[in-house]
Design a binder for this molecule. Sequence first.
Ligand SMILES: [Zn+2]
Ligand SMILES: [Zn+2]
Length: 312
Amino acid sequence: MRRTVALMNPNATSETLLDCYICATCGTQYAPSVMPPEACRVCTDDRQHVGWDGQRWTTHAELAARHDVRIERDGAFVGVGIVERFAIPQRALLVPTSIGTVMWDCTSVVTADAIDAVNRIGGVALIAISHPHFYSSMVEWAEALGGVPILLHGDDADWVMRPSPLIRHWHGDRLALADDATLIHLPGHFPGSSALLCADPTDTARRALLTGDSLHVAGDRRHITVMHSVPNYLPVGPATIRDLRRRLDGVAFDDLYGFTWGLNVIGGADAAVAASFERYLSAISDRDAVDPRSNQRSSSASATMIPSGPRR
Ligand SMILES: [Zn+2]
Ligand SMILES: [Zn+2]
């Protein structure tokens, strides 16, 4: 459904008729157009859903007038988000590495104040993104940061809604960005879903795996799950879980950072992921693992001991 011109861009002139519209439900920015797209491809995909009030569009200018950029610590990293909820809600992390700061994942709003704040703490060398739900306003950010490259996994190339020469696709299972930062391909949620393995900037003896929702942190923050769709509750199958288990075999990390503020597994995260894979496989197996007397699952995997307790 199309919005009225007044809602699209009240300041439009013949020179500014083109705008890069942003979907109000998922936060994805689209290529320049006079009218908003007929539909949001991200929201009409079975992983997402169209907003309950129907498809709504906004622009970056409207968002920047309504929302400030939130920049504050999330665990060991500086996080970047949006003041007052918008869209998914995405949260990016600034990751210091030997080649400069990597902005992991992205958000829909960038302001001059945010760029000043980011530059005061060293700027950003490149943007790398876990999966299409975080592509958001990546081109807006990359241009505002001075034209930094955007690294996306090539298996999700079809999901780029606002193309740019700054976008570079990487391929394969891993890509070393620096001595202390490696992208790991973790297909499941999306074909190109990936994670960033990096050093903890507050304690170089610790390593962190930043997953967006390639691995989705559960509410207890001691387990992860892997979903084709989080809001529509569509799990992946056992072959995907076994493949992810193989891809992370031997990868050591202390902490795991999920897709939004505070949704992190702090301490013993690699063991928590391994236990979560076993729990998941047990939960989707075709044997009835529910004990009717206790209404509890009787699987041994659900009782697997994993280290617990937040470090900070
Ligand atoms: Zn959308
Ligand atoms: Zn997602």
